[in-house]
Design a binder for this molecule. Structure first.
Ligand code: ATP
Ligand code: MG
Length: 565
């Protein structure tokens, strides 16, 4: 009980305060019903996740309902593939709270049409023959009134007849619109006779060629909310100026349910672009390997990188909900998964850039089984067996022929601890003809099994290793940010955000991993000692040929970078 209180305390925000107030006054009959209304014109991204988790989280905590509604009012760019993937991503993000039922704004087209006719009959809407350019010219500017359309005072009969002919497909695209008759001098430009319907002879992903007119967002959105009985229609700040219009339309239809629109600041993340149009461009242009490329900020990409839904929710809870726009450090998202995996991921060893060690005094054919802890802070996670033999691989970086000061790893004449195995001492370096290192020769202290010196002598460095005879070859994919600058969209005139793509965002490494990982389950997560947290790629990984994506490094490199500044 107490935990629940603190948890909901941390989720407190101005939206929940408004809902509490509405519940106290009984404004919506003590009901809470939210929605997430994506346009199915791309895959959803981490910004959408903010809206999804906010809306579904509120519904869940208030014992209310949450709808996924596709705002499919814009036929040309929409696709069933997007619909299916969005459904799957929302289920995943909400841990199954959302069950997979999809609603479609296009199913409400007949009702919206009827309501438009009702507005015409009430003298509140008219058919206008101005071109789109003329409509915007007539609209005027802030502080200056607009001009009334010459078609504004058509009779109801004329409007009804024209609107029906628009619907029947008798006019070409762009020749007529249906507009609300509000006020061409209104201080809010959105209220200056906004367009409600446009003519579009386009095929719709669900409606086919049934419709020749399509409703505009401002007209459609509130009606969709009303039809579904949404109580709190939560959207991003850019819709704040549209709220008077949202309310106006619903007020013209007496008796229909009137939801409350509430605006919050959208999520922006450093080193990331977050517009579906740009993400589509990256996919189509081959700049990334599809929507689920682990470098993408899409939910499907973040999932494939190895993030958990709970880490995304905890990141979002941590940053909270505000009324002003800001950019969140990517490092905060990384911290969320790092903290979770530090708790949960079992430990293993992998060597990314191998150098061979030969232990001269170790018996040739001997293989010993070392015991390594699966999770040092959680003894209940048990231990695993690691084969050890005369030849092992260590990380190239963990050996220096000429060590810099304070280098506590392996160097000629120096001792180092092999994690969970023995203490070894470097005795010589064997070179190839080209001068590169062929093998590093060591001796081991047979009394140091487990890693402790029998005489208590201090060994400062501990390094990871795998048995050269037993290790499994694996592909490891190391990721850096997709963009090389914090604000990739900040570009000078004549330049493009794609110039800010990071050419080093993906490095593929042929690595060696400990033998048990040959059968690593797809989708499992591991901490490779000293290297980071890794995810067994669900698409490309195979038995005996595993593929690991690095989810995140062990330490927060961002914090270090910002300290340096
Ligand atoms: P994009 O610009 O990426 O195409 P959009 O707003 O056009 O995004 P929609 O499918 O219309 O995409 O968005 C569905 C919902 O997600 C809307 O309610 C919108 O306010 C919300 N949303 C979109 N981007 C963000 C974001 N970065 N942070 C929070 N909410 C967002
Ligand atoms: Mg949109």
């Amino acid at each position: 009980m107490e935990k629940e209180n603190t948890e909901s305390e941390s989720k407190r925000n101005f939206i929940r305060d408004m809902i509490d107030h509405d519940n106290e006054t009984g404004r919506f009959g003590h009901k809470v019903h939210t929605r997430f209304p994506p346009e199915p014109n791309g895959y959803i991204h981490i910004g959408h996740a903010k809206s999804i988790c906010l809306n579904s989280g509120i519904a869940k905590d208030y014992g209310g309902e949450f709808n996924l509604r596709f705002d499919d009012t814009n036929p040309s760019k929409e696709d069933q593939e997007y619909v299916d993937n969005i459904i799957d991503d929302v289920k995943w993000l909400t841990d199954g709270f959302y069950k997979g039922k999809a609603l479609f704004a296009s199913d409400y087209f007949p009702q919206m049409y009827e309501w438009a006719v009702q507005l015409i009959k009430a003298g509140k809407a008219y058919v206008c023959d101005l071109s789109p350019e003329e409509v915007s010219r007539y609209r005027g500017e802030p502080g200056k009134p607009g001009r009334e359309s010459p078609y504004r005072n058509r009779t109801v009969e004329e409007n009804l007849a024209l609107f029906e002919r628009m619907k029947n497909g008798e006019f070409p695209d762009g020749s007529h619109t249906l507009r609300a008759k509000i006020d061409m001098a209104h201080p809010n430009l959105n209220m200056r006779d906004p367009v409600m319907y446009r003519i579009l002879h386009a095929s719709h992903h669900r409606q086919g060629n049934k419709w020749n007119i399509y409703p505009m967002y401002d007209w459609a959105h509130g009606l969709e909310d009303s039809i579904e009985g949404i109580t709190h229609s939560i959207c991003t700040l850019e819709f704040e100026d549209h709220r008077p219009l949202y309310d106006w339309f619903i007020d013209q239809l007496p008796g229909i349910h009137h939801p409350q629109q509430i605006e919050f600041a959208r999520l922006n993340l450093s080193y990331t672009v977050m517009s579906k149009r740009k993400l589509l461009e990256l996919v189509k242009g081959g700049y990334v390997d599809g929507w689920d490329d682990p470098r993408m900020p899409t939910i499907t990409g973040i999932r494939r990188r190895g993030y958990t839904a709970s880490s995304i929710r905890s990141f979002l809870d941590g940053i909270g909900v505000a009324k002003f726009n800001s950019t969140i450090e990517l490092g905060l998202l990384e911290n969320a998964i790092r903290n979770e995996l530090n708790e949960n991921a079992l430990r293993a060893m992998a060597v990314l850039k191998p150098v061979k060690i030969i232990i001269d005094n170790y018996p040739d054919g001997l293989v010993e089984e070392m015991e390594a802890s699966n999770h040092p802070q959680k003894p209940e996670s048990g231990v695993r067996k690691l084969p050890f033999c005369k030849e092992i691989y260590i990380e190239e970086d963990d050996f220096r022929e000429v060590p810099p000061p304070k280098y506590f790893r392996l160097a000629p004449g120096k001792e180092v601890r092999l994690r969970s195995a023995y203490i070894v001492k470097c005795v010589s370096v064997e070179k190839n003809a080209d001068g590169s290192i062929k093998a590093v020769h060591c001796t081991y202290d047979p009394e140091s099994r487990g890693g402790n010196a029998p005489d208590g002598r201090k060994i400062k460095g501990t390094i990871h290793w795998v048995s050269a005879r037993h290790a499994v070859k694996a592909e490891i994919r190391l990721y850096d940010t997709l963009f090389k600058v914090p604000n990739p969209e900040d570009v000078e005139e004549g330049h493009d955000y794609k110039e800010n793509l990071n050419p080093a965002s993906l490095t593929r490494v042929n690595a060696y991993v400990e033998p048990m990982l040959a059968k690593a389950e797809k989708g499992s997560r591991w901490q490779f000692e000293r290297l980071g947290y890794f995810y067994v790629d669900p698409k490309d990984s195979k038995e005996n040929a595993p593929v690991f994506n690095r989810i995140v490094t062990l330490k927060d490199t961002w914090a270090k970078l910002s300290k340096k500044k």
